[in-house]
Ligand binder design. Structure first.
Ligand code: SF4
Length: 349
């Protein structure tokens, strides 16, 4: 039986719901104004709505534990203002060449032995060359051979490169939009927003699942946070995985002196990501070391259901494993390992 209801008025288009319906899946479109209105809701109302949406689509208390390996570190020609791997910033990160297959297999096997089901490989390239794709394809094949799902984040891809990665067995590709289009040039000047969207389209066309999110705390205005969520939520379909990062202010990067984000504002972004992308894994990503247990708990309440697990992300720190085990235990949450999921990370991508 249909009842004459719309929910809620912030959605760009009213949604008719049926009595006994589980939950309407809203695939957009979302306006920036509608998302801004969500961000501005009374905090408790916003968290209540986000947790309600979360429980309609996900089992309560289930947290994905993702891990990530940097297979090619540093020396990147891009100038992402948050990233310690950019060659032009003096951050102390040493540039390494691509790891050999046997090294990666050892790491993947160790991840599998620790319970991982998915393994993510990150490389600090602007855009891989075809010969790089060949080498990474060998890594993907080897990791796949261990019975793990595979994920990669390699920078911008051409369509034939995305297809080659798919053919090699790649399951997920991470490529973050970082922020709203209007603020993008304040963060990076060596590429355009459309470049990111093009790569995401190539990945989708190749049949690879998408991991795509952004970073909060780079000096952006609230409207830019709304703009980022609008971009993500309006992708058709929206990403399977949405990493939300809190900027890790690394000395030597241009954004090192950014004002810290208000923790409650960060929680709001998590909540709005959950509401607008109900079936996505929303990953609480970089910046957890600075948050403390209470803020992380609020993020879980707001709908985050994935974290990076392990002492290091790509080159920045992460809470140690024991601290995460204790936190999840204190909160009564059930972590399950999947080495990177739909991954993403913090230094970029
Ligand atoms: S975020 Fe990625 S693309 Fe940007 S500088 Fe770092 S490694 Fe390069």
């Amino acid at each position: 039986m249909e009842i004459n209801a719309t929910i809620p008025t912030h959605r760009a288009q009213p949604v008719r719901i049926h009595r006994n319906a589980v939950a309407p899946v809203v695939a957009g479109p979302w306006t920036v104004e509608a998302i801004q209105a969500l961000l501005d809701k009374p905090f408790m109302d916003l968290l209540f709505e986000a947790q309600t949406v979360h429980r309609q689509h996900w089992p309560a208390g289930n947290i994905e534990l993702a891990t990530l390996l940097s297979v090619k570190t540093g020396g990147c020609p891009e100038n992402c203002g948050y990233c310690p791997q950019a060659a032009e910033f003096d951050t102390g990160v040493k540039a390494d060449k691509l790891m050999e297959v046997d090294e990666v297999v050892r790491a993947a096997q160790a991840a599998k032995d620790a319970g991982a089901t998915r393994f993510c490989m990150g490389a600090a390239w602007r855009a891989p060359k075809d010969r790089d794709i060949e080498k990474v394809s060998a890594l993907i094949g080897a990791v796949k051979g261990l019975g793990l799902q595979t994920c990669a984040t390699l920078g911008m891809l051409e369509s034939h490169q995305a297809q080659a990665l798919k053919d090699a067995g790649l399951d997920y590709y991470n490529h973050n939009l970082d922020t709203a289009p209007e603020y993008y040039s304040d963060v990076v000047s060596t590429r355009a927003y459309q470049d990111r969207l093009d790569t995401l389209a190539h990945v989708r066309t190749a049949g690879i699942s998408v991991c795509c999110g952004g970073i909060v705390g780079m000096g952006e205005a609230p409207v830019h946070r709304a703009g980022l969520i609008a971009q993500l939520a309006n992708l058709q379909p929206y990403p399977e995985s949405v990493p939300i990062n809190s900027l890790v202010r690394v000395p030597g990067t241009p954004l090192a002196d950014s004002a810290p984000v208000d923790p409650l504002d960060f929680v709001r972004v998590i909540a709005v990501a959950r509401i607008t992308m109900p079936k996505a894994r929303v990953r609480l990503s970089a910046g957890r070391q600075q948050m403390g247990d209470a803020v992380q708990a609020l993020c879980f309440l707001a709908g985050a259901n994935s974290i990076f697990y392990g002492d290091k992300l790509l080159v920045t720190g992460n809470p140690d494993v024991e601290a995460d085990v204790q936190l999840l235990g204190k909160l009564g949450l059930n972590g399950h390992r999947t080495t990177t999921t739909e991954k993403e990370q913090t230094e970029c991508r």
